[in-house]
Design a binder for this molecule. Structure first.
Ligand SMILES: [Mn+2]
Length: 295
C-alpha cells in the first residue's frame, strides 16, 4: 500500500457534504466521539496509531470544545494531534482525514482550527456521502436524535415503572397520566433542555456524561426511505447494528476508554468490496466485532 501512487478520487465538498464518489482501493475507517478535551493517553495514541485506511472519517465530537477545563491545553493537544495526522498522511498510512461536525465540535470551530494548521488532505464537513452504489451516509447524529435524556428516555422510564408498579391502584393513575403526557411529547422539551445542560455543564465529569443514554429513535427514522446501504452515526456512545428497511444502521461507540463501560477504541471499517464491520483498534487489527448490540 505504501509508496504506491493514490488512485483515489478526490473528496469533493459540496454544501458541507463531503462526497466520496467511489470506494477507494484501500479502506475507509470511521471513528467517533473521542471527546478530546485535554491531553490524550498513550493508550489512545496506540489505538489511533493502529488505524490504517485510505480515508479516516472522524464522525463528530472528536474534539470537545465545551467541556474542556483549559482551552490552552486543548489547543496544544489539538495542534499536536494535527501534526501527528500530518505525519500519518505523509507516511501513507492514512491518505486523507475528514472531520465531521458534532455538537461538541461544530463545523465553525473545526474550521477555525483547520485554518490555523492549514493542512492539505484534512477536511471538515457536516456529513460524508459515499456515492458508490449509494453505499453509505455518515453523520454525527445529534440533529437526528437530540440530546441524552430527551423524551424517549422519560417514556421508557415510565414504561418500566408501569411494569413494576402498574398493579398498584394508587400509582397506576399517575403512571397512566404521565404516559399520556410523554407520548404527546410534552416532556421532550424539558428533556432536551436537561440534556443540553448535561452536555455543556463543565462540572460533570465526562465519564458520567457517557453514561447518559441518547435515544436511537431519531436515527432509525433517518434511515427510513434512505437509498444508502449503510447509515453510520456516532453521538449515542453505544454500539448499534440494526436493519431498517433496506438500510443497515450502524452507530459507533465512543472512541475512548470509558470508566466502566464496554470494549473501547472501536471503529467501523469499509473495505473496497463494500463490506462494513466494527473493529477494535486497541486489539490490533485481527479482532473484529461482527455484530453490535441489537436495539
Ligand atoms: Mn455528540
Amino acid at each position: 500500500m505504501e509508496n504506491t501512487p493514490s488512485q483515489n478520487p478526490e473528496i469533493v465538498i459540496m454544501n458541507d457534504v463531503a462526497c466520496i464518489y467511489q470506494i477507494p482501493d484501500g479502506d475507509i475507517v470511521v471513528i467517533s466521539d473521542a471527546h478530546i478535551h485535554g491531553r490524550v493517553s498513550e493508550e489512545f495514541l496506540q489505538a489511533f496509531g493502529a488505524i490504517e485506511a485510505d480515508y479516516l472519517v472522524c464522525a463528530g465530537d472528536f474534539f470537545d470544545f465545551f467541556i474542556q477545563e483549559n482551552l490552552e491545553t486543548l489547543h496544544s493537544t489539538a495542534s499536536n494531534f494535527f501534526v501527528l495526522l500530518q505525519e500519518t498522511i505523509e507516511s501513507g498510512r492514512i491518505k486523507a482525514v475528514i472531520f465531521l461536525e458534532g455538537n461538541h465540535d461544530t463545523l465553525s470551530k473545526l474550521n477555525e482550527f483547520l485554518a490555523l494548521v492549514n493542512l492539505e488532505k484534512i477536511y471538515s464537513a457536516e456529513e460524508v456521502d459515499i456515492k458508490d452504489q449509494n453505499l453509505a451516509r455518515i453523520f454525527h447524529g445529534h440533529e437526528q436524535t437530540g440530546s441524552p435524556l430527551s423524551g424517549e428516555i422519560i417514556y421508557s422510564l415510565i414504561k418500566r415503572l408501569k411494569i413494576s408498579h402498574g398493579q398498584n391502584i394508587f400509582i397506576r393513575p399517575l403512571l397512566h397520566a404521565a404516559d399520556k403526557i410523554s407520548i404527546n411529547g410534552k416532556l421532550s422539551l424539558l428533556g432536551i433542555m436537561l440534556g443540553s445542560w448535561l452536555n455543556s455543564a463543565p462540572i460533570i465529569p465526562i465519564e458520567i456524561k457517557e453514561r447518559a443514554i441518547a435515544p436511537v429513535r431519531g436515527l432509525r427514522q433517518a434511515a427510513i426511505g434512505l437509498t444508502s446501504q449503510y447509515l453510520i452515526a456516532g453521538h449515542l456512545h453505544k454500539m448499534v447494528d440494526v436493519k431498517i428497511e433496506d438500510t443497515r444502521l450502524l452507530v459507533l461507540p465512543a472512541f475512548r476508554k470509558p470508566l466502566i463501560l464496554h470494549p473501547n477504541y472501536i471503529g467501523i471499517r469499509i473495505t473496497p468490496r463494500g463490506d462494513v464491520f466494527f473493529e477494535d483498534f486497541l486489539r490490533l487489527s485481527e479482532e473484529v466485532v461482527p455484530i453490535g448490540q441489537q436495539i
